[in-house]
Design a protein around this ligand. Structure first.
Ligand code: ADP
Ligand code: MG
Length: 432
């Protein structure tokens, strides 16, 4: 993917836009690579997202900037605005693979899929799922009602965790220490470096020393980041937990440190790359496969409620460690297979809804049945939780009561973010 039109090759120590120094890689997605940088101007750490250079990605980046600006400005007094990761700056980068857009964000910790990985496929304790989902819904309430924005790609990779003592506080103190003990950052990293008084030979020697000390500092900073990264998952005490298995009772799950559950963990919505504004042009297809809503599958009109469908899928995954709709790559009829699983879980889709989509005639026959898949194995959400995941009757009932309104076929009847936030299930944090 590092080719013309693709990712921009980035190296540790590179400088961008005259102020951002690359420290390490934070992550990547289908459209970009994301880097932890030290911002020399504002003296804090930032995340620099560098989009691929083909024009389609550049257009996506411009849309993302537009959307992020709307989010920043829609209601400056609403604290839920901060549930979406904040854009700080944007600029162009010309590189060997073409012209890229760089987006500068506040930096957070790891994404939720990394936290899920730490659970060895068993999902997180329900108390944590509630803490996370509540914050996602708060973010969506703001995006949907104040900004009229559909996120369009909610999934664990696009939800970021901030542990309270974040990179900025912890690492800024590391950098301060570096200064205090006289090991200076490379000249280019220090504002008003006292180099003017030195001869050019001295400058060369000093720079050489500084560059080698810079390497050492980088190691220090990276070690600190590694510690920081471990801080989130290490709050999960997995030492006595049973080996991974699909028959996993929610009672047996490792408990997280209560401090983590109570307040330490903050979740932010990221990646507005597929977001669009209601009333404006919409993408034909949005959402990553397992989180794709019924109306998008059918090619029918969608709106902000498409995000609520994805949130239901996400909530299930956080709680069980498994996809609500498990779809393999390379299926002959991926959309039909997806629809088959939806019908098995939620029942027959009314004809009126089936026929509302531009793709419906390719997927359903005149009898309102799937064209190629005949054998269906219905199983309610409650049954699935009890039989496959060994949940107690009560846990399964309460969870299904929260999720099912989010999976309503009719987009007008589907629960909104504000309605979900009032739901009893979110208030069940027994451990609090
Ligand atoms: P893409 O549009 O290519 O999917 P994302 O915006 O989703 O790009 O970013 C890709 C990954 O980079 C995320 O899954 C996350 O791991 C990491 N990342 C993105 N933004 C940040 C940030 N502000 N702080 C820390 N990590 C981030
Ligand atoms: Mg992404």
């Amino acid at each position: 993917e590092y080719r013309k039109g693709g990712y921009h090759p980035v190296h540790i120590g590179d400088q961008y836009h005259g102020r951002y120094y690359v420290i390490r890689k934070l992550g990547f997605g289908s459209y970009s690579t994301v880097w932890l940088c030290w911002d020399q101007k504002d003296k804090h750490f930032v995340a620099l997202k560098i989009l691929k250079s083909a024009s389609i990605y550049t257009n996506i980046a411009y849309e993302e900037i537009k959307i992020l600006r709307i989010i920043n400005g829609a209601d400056p007094r609403d604290p839920n605005r901060y549930r979406t990761v904040r854009l700080l700056n944007d600029f162009k980068i010309t590189g060997v693979n073409g012209q890229h857009i760089g987006l500068v964000f506040e930096v957070t910790g790891c994404n939720l899929s990394k936290l899920l990985l730490q659970s060895n496929g068993r999902g997180l304790p329900l108390a944590n799922v509630r803490t996370i989902v509540k914050q996602v819904l708060e973010g969506l309430e703001y995006l949907h009602s104040k900004c009229k924005i559909v996120h369009g790609d909610l999934k664990p990779e696009n939800l970021l965790i901030c542990v309270k003592e974040d990179y900025n506080t912890k690492l800024a103190s590391e950098v301060a220490k570096i200064y205090r003990f006289g090991i200076k950052l490379p000249a280019s990293m220090v504002a008003n470096a006292p180099l003017r008084r030195m001869s050019s030979l001295k400058i060369k020697r000093a720079n050489k020393r500084r560059i080698s000390s810079f390497k050492w500092q980088l190691k220090l900073i990276m070690d600190t980041i590694e510690d920081n990264k471990k801080a989130a998952p290490s709050v999960m005490n997995t030492s006595n937990s049973p080996s991974p298995s699909t028959s996993w009772s929610s009672d047996e799950k490792p408990e997280l440190n209560p401090a983590f559950v109570n307040s330490e963990m903050e979740v932010k919505i990221a990646d507005l790359g597929l977001a669009c504004r209601i009333g404006g042009p919409l993408y034909e297809t949005i959402q990553t496969r397992p989180y794709r809503s019924l109306e998008v599958l059918l090619g029918a009109e969608y709106d902000t409620s498409a995000d609520i469908w994805s949130t239901a899928c996400l909530t299930f995954e956080l709680a069980t460690g498994h996809d609500l709709f498990a779809l393999e790559c390379g299926e002959t009829y991926p959309d039909e297979n997806h629809l088959a699983q939806i019908i098995e879980l939620l029942g027959d889709i009314p004809k009126k809804i089936v026929q509302s989509g531009t793709k419906s005639h390719l997927l359903f026959n005149k009898q309102n049945k799937l064209c190629h898949i005949e054998q269906l194995h219905p199983s309610s959400l409650e049954d699935k939780l009890r039989k496959k995941y060994d949940w107690s009757v009560r846990d399964a009932q309460e969870f299904a009561a929260f999720l099912l309104p989010m999976l309503q076929f009719d987009v007008n009847k589907r629960a909104t973010a504000s309605e979900c936030l009032k739901h009893q299930w979110l208030k069940l944090n027994k451990s609090l």
